[in-house]
Design a protein around this ligand. Structure first.
Ligand code: IPE
Ligand code: IPE
Ligand code: MG
Length: 241
């Protein structure tokens, strides 16, 4: 039997895949562990999917790692997640360089605790010259935060006469978002069964294909990723035409 990877049509590969990595807590609870154990195991899936994306020559992979709403979780969980972030970024930087992967971040990065923010910016700088996959981490990100912030900046530029009312169109709005320069996702995957967007990329997913799977994030492997792409390739995108 052919694997999903072998069945992919190389002429119809997506350019950008975004993932809502959900279900870490449930995965851990089902095994009788604390939620953080699920987050720790989720790192393996991040590694797998990044590698899987690089293997097929995907240009952009965006991972929703922490939402602005996630700041409202118990202090202990937030602290553990930030620590995991710092550790992982530090450990993975050489591998990213080896695989020609460039790290980018979207979101309200200023809100990250000092060491997490610094490590993140350090890794972004150290991988800036890589020309393969762009791995975009959504951290302290929410779409409403991003759109509100864009409106604030557009208003300021209007008042300062840097732009005029006539300049405001789709492209201009896109250029004020934290995803500036990143094409809209072709495919959005959400793991762990919930069928909602949870404040992710609301502007950018206008014509994105959505794919939901019951698999919890810590169980998500390369073949799950390729299965989602295979499913995407069977669809007809019409863009309203
Ligand atoms: C996703 O898993 C990771 C983050 C949101 C940081 P969850 O922590 O949301 O796990 P569930 O959805 O409660 O199982
Ligand atoms: C979405 O998952 C955010 C991330 C995966 C980072 P949540 O678990 O926070 O979303 P809800 O609460 O199920 O909508
Ligand atoms: Mg969740």
């Amino acid at each position: 039997m052919l694997t999903y990877k072998e069945q992919l049509n190389p002429d119809r590969l997506p350019t950008h895949i975004a993932i809502i990595m959900d279900g870490n807590g449930r995965w851990a609870k089902e095994r009788g562990y604390e939620r953080i154990f699920g987050h720790q195991n989720g790192v393996t899936s991040v590694r797998e999917v990044t590698e899987a994306a690089a293997e097929i020559g995907l240009k952009f992979l965006t991972l929703y790692a922490f939402s602005t709403e996630n700041w409202g979780r118990p202090q202990e969980e937030v602290g553990a997640l930030m620590e995991l972030l710092v550790d992982t970024i530090e450990k993975e930087t050489p591998t990213l360089n080896k695989n020609n992967v460039r790290l980018l971040a979207i979101g309200d990065i200023k809100r990250l605790p000092g060491n997490a923010g610094e490590k993140l910016l350090g890794c972004i700088r150290q991988t800036a010259g890589n020309t393969g996959l762009s791995l975009v981490l959504a951290l302290s990100y929410s779409a409403r935060w991003e759109i509100t912030d864009a409106i604030r900046q557009i208003s300021a530029d209007l008042c300062a006469s840097k732009i005029t009312e006539k300049d405001i169109n789709d492209d201009l709005v896109s250029s004020y978002l934290t995803t500036k320069g990143i094409p809209d996702p072709d495919l959005l995957i959400r793991t762990s069964g919930e069928q909602r967007i949870s404040n992710f990329l609301l502007w950018q997913i206008a014509y994105t294909e959505l794919y939901f799977t019951e698999t919890h994030w810590p169980d998500f492997r390369k073949e799950n990723f390729y299965e989602a792409i295979y499913n995407f390739q069977q669809r007809e995108r019409r863009f309203g035409k």
